[in-house]
Design a protein around this ligand. Structure first.
Ligand code: NAP
Ligand code: 3JN
Length: 340
């Protein structure tokens, strides 16, 4: 690869796309040309990239031979059509949707956990970026898994509305204002009021009673950790936080591990900030620590009083940064650093 790269950004006008643009500039990713792409509705609109404003182009007519790297976040149906086309044109695709995540020949990568899998992209030209809830959880599981093994994970998520996209952020703000003014709310994006509420429902319901968001965490954890024996039992909940997902993670290790040793392992692991003061406010939260920052924050680390191999932790991270844009850009950085 050359020293500077032509990058196509599919879904550039969306919640993830905006953060991608901001983070590419912030991290000084070596860009020659950047092509912000979206639907025909957005053609002619401008998006911010550093101190430049760049016109959005129509994805449908874009020639992917012009780009070496394609960052895709416009939904699975868009990736389904355009990611293989881009890959065939020689553009390496880093896809943020679930479309290719479970395909054997497509690597599913979190750079702190399984960077070695990236080379597998050579089969298809596509690398899949996991779901945001999976990413922050596996970053926190990895140092514990490597030290003592993990047999089971029970997790409840508390997910920000930005995970649903721009319209969901607007709906949450609108409902909050309406309720504060004593007015009725309308529900267009979510099936029930999201403001001041908690919805145990993310993505579609599956035949087994879990939602697809929950099953994504099951499938993706096993694939990323390359271990199908890890039992994962998630409940995914949407809450009216704008940015930053939180997770209460209850795991069972294969060998005993004290909370003190777990804390030491986590504090030395890449991408993690431990904040576990065991006093008022000395734990991380989505709004005060995660939002706008890159780390996966871990706190409330304690042994499970109900199980000899149980360990509990509270894991928070910015869902649009480490959960989407940052993880994709780290994959791209790894590709160019290792020249693969
Ligand atoms: P969003 O705010 O609704 O933005 C959607 C983006 O997709 C916009 O740029 C939109 O362009 C573009 N788009 C929609 N239809 C298109 C079409 N027919 N042709 C070209 N572009 C089209 O959604 P978001 O939150 O950014 O999420 C986008 C996707 O990223 C999701 O569907 C999901 O697959 C993925 N995602 C992944 C994670 C993760 O966990 N890793 C997290 C969030 C999202 P217009 O403005 O022109 O409509
Ligand atoms: O809801 C969240 O907090 C994360 C949402 C992710 C998402 C939203 C729409 C479609 C995905 C994803 O990345 O799993 C998808 C999808 O591509 O399936």
């Amino acid at each position: 690869m050359t020293n500077k790269y032509d990058v196509a950004l599919v879904g550039a006008t969306g919640a993830v796309g905006e953060v991608m643009l901001a983070m590419l500039a912030e991290r000084q990713f070596p860009i020659n040309n950047i092509y912000p792409l979206a639907s025909a509705r957005s053609v002619g609109k401008q998006v911010a990239y550093g101190n430049q404003h760049i016109e959005v182009q129509d994805l449908a007519t874009f020639d992917f031979a012009k780009a070496q790297i394609g960052l895709f976040s416009a939904g699975g149906s868009i990736s389904d059509i355009y990611a293989p086309k881009a890959a065939a044109a020689g553009c390496i695709v880093i896809d943020n949707t679930s479309r290719f995540r479970y395909e054997d020949k497509v690597p599913l990568v979190v750079p702190e956990v399984n960077p070695e899998a990236i080379t597998e992209y050579k089969h298809t030209g596509i690398i899949a970026n996991p779901n945001c809830s999976t990413i922050q959880m596996v970053v926190a599981l990895k140092p514990i898994y490597d030290a003592v093994g993990i047999s089971r994970v029970n997790v409840a998520t508390y997910q920000a509305v930005s995970g649903t996209g721009k319209e969901a952020i607007a709906e949450t703000e609108l409902q909050t204002r309406a309720l504060m003014a004593g007015e009725a709310v309308s529900c267009d994006v979510y099936p029930k009021q999201i403001a001041f509420n908690a919805l145990p429902h993310i993505d579609v319901f599956m035949d087994n009673g879990y939602t697809k968001e929950e099953m994504k965490m099951v499938w993706e954890t096993c694939k990323i950790m390359a271990d199908d024996t890890i039992q994962v039992n998630p409940t995914a909940v949407r809450i009216p936080v704008l940015y930053g997902h939180s997770e209460a993670v209850h795991l069972e290790t294969k060998q005993p591990l004290s909370a003190e040793e777990a804390t030491r392992l986590l504090a030395n692991a890449p991408g993690i900030v431990v904040m576990d003061g065991r006093s008022d406010g000395a734990y991380p939260t989505a709004v005060t620590e995660a939002a706008g920052n890159d780390a996966v924050y871990v706190g409330r680390i304690r042994n499970d009083i109900s199980h000899p191999l149980g360990l509990n932790m509270w894991v928070v991270s910015d869902n649009l940064r480490k959960g989407a844009a940052l993880n994709s850009i780290q994959i791209a950085e790894y590709l160019i650093k290792t020249d693969i």
